[in-house]
Design a protein around this ligand. Structure first.
Ligand code: AMP
Length: 287
């Protein structure tokens, strides 16, 4: 199947071509026609399945065909809720890329950065808002944000959202939305709490399951090295010296350990940066 067969408008097809996407992924092929037809949807899919485009493309198309180019309103028409700041920013970037030939405005609200800029952006108006639950609830409590025009609501990574303790925030946000909306929910797993959430948020929905062709764990070759603490850094340097390794992700047990190892690597000529919860959001982003 090609993207042409999914009834997407030329502006979106052009953006996809520019991105080098040739064929839709499994979730895109199944979800896009359902969302375009106005159905609520439950997608059981993981990150890496292409689920962002599976909801972003049809939403962009529906927004454009329903609300056109006038753009003189200040109503939030689409809300995407996702558990982490990094995911929120990735989704925002995806909307910007896929929607670059459409006159729709997109914004992001996440914690860890100044609220002022976000307030200004909201005052100017956005059609699509990507948010993490904590900051969104803060803005709601302060009366800075109004969600009663939302036509499309996406709950991304629902299982992770609940694992991270956001259930009350999600309920609170859900209660502020109008009943006449289209809701799309994505979750990699379906624990009971997610099933309950599905029952309260979705109406007459279609369920789409896609499993990854190769589960991540099987796609990764794993090795164990027994080594004294004193020699761990040298072993790591030796492994990183392999020229096939152009980028590497190294996990440490503590934040302090991450900072220490980064310093040691840099001293040994390896370009390295640390990312952890004590770093500012800007430092995390630029890393
Ligand atoms: P996601 O699961 O939405 O996080 O997407 C995973 C990655 O796949 C992202 O880097 C996308 O840019 C990329 N991607 C999504 N759809 C396609 C497609 N149809 N063809 C090629 N790459 C894609």
């Amino acid at each position: 199947m090609s993207f042409n067969q999914l009834q997407l408008c030329p502006q979106l097809l052009k953006a996809l071509e520019e991105q080098g996407y040739e064929v839709p992924s499994q979730i895109q092929e199944k979800a896009i026609p359902e969302v375009l037809a106005g159905r609520d949807l439950l997608g059981c899919a993981q990150t890496g399945s292409g689920k962002t485009a599976a909801f972003a493309l049809p939403i962009l198309q529906l927004l454009w065909s329903k609300f056109g180019t006038a753009n003189n309103h200040s109503k939030i028409l689409t809300l995407i809720l996702t558990p982490t700041r990094e995911l929120a920013i990735q989704i925002y970037d995806s909307f910007r890329v896929y929607g670059r030939h459409l006159p729709l405005r997109c914004g992001v609200v996440v914690g860890g950065v100044s609220q002022k800029q976000q307030e200004l952006m909201l005052a100017k108006g956005v059609d699509i808002l990507v948010a993490t639950p904590g900051r969104l609830c803060d803005l709601m409590d302060q009366g800075v944000i109004n969600l009663n025009s939302v036509e499309f609501f996406v709950l991304d990574e629902a299982d992770r959202m609940l694992d991270m303790g956001f259930i009350n925030d999600v309920r609170k946000i859900g209660a502020k939305l109008r009943a006449e909306r289209q809701t799309l929910m994505f979750s990699a797993t379906m624990p009971n709490d997610v099933v309950k959430l599905v029952q309260t948020l979705l109406k007459d929905y279609v369920r789409i399951d896609v499993s990854p062709e190769t589960p991540t764990v099987e796609a990764i070759e794993q090795r164990v090295y027994y080594v004294d603490t004193a020699h761990k850094k040298d072993l790591l340097l030796d492994i990183l010296a392999d020229e096939n390794i152009r980028q590497a992700l190294v996990f440490t047990r503590t934040k302090h350990g991450a900072d220490l190892l980064t310093k040691q690597l840099v001293k040994d000529g390896v370009s390295a940066l640390a990312i952890h919860g004590n770093k500012s959001q800007n430092a995390r982003q630029s890393a």
